[in-house]
Design a protein. Structure first.
Length: 108
């Protein structure tokens, strides 16, 4: 389904992010994180509206602690944009939709 947010695990991360033809914005989050829940609907809107130009994926840091360590995620939510499988941009903390779109503009 176009625009759907993909949940990534340690087993699927490299394949999904590395093989993507579009940039992938990965949301490192946790179930207990209030700000993570605040940005979730915003990310779903962006995923639907920007389908074809950017993919949105989520990594639950409680379920994939090695990925969080690998990308030095110290606080959540942390959003990392991967371009051609390489981290290109990092945003920490909850942001509003206009601010997120502005930060992602060069990749959309």
């Amino acid at each position: 389904m176009a625009g759907a947010i993909v949940n990534l695990s340690e087993a699927t991360f490299d394949e999904e992010v590395g093989a993507s033809s579009e940039p992938v914005l990965v949301d490192f989050w946790a179930e207990w994180c209030g700000p993570c829940k605040m940005i979730a609907p915003i990310l779903e809107e962006i995923a639907a509206e920007q389908a074809g130009s950017i993919r949105i994926a989520k990594v639950n840091v409680d379920e994939a602690p090695d990925l969080a360590r690998r990308f030095e995620v110290m606080s959540i939510p942390t959003l990392i944009l991967f371009d051609n499988g390489v981290p290109a941009k990092r945003m920490v903390g909850a942001k509003g939709k206009p601010q997120l779109l502005e930060e992602l503009a060069e990749y959309l």
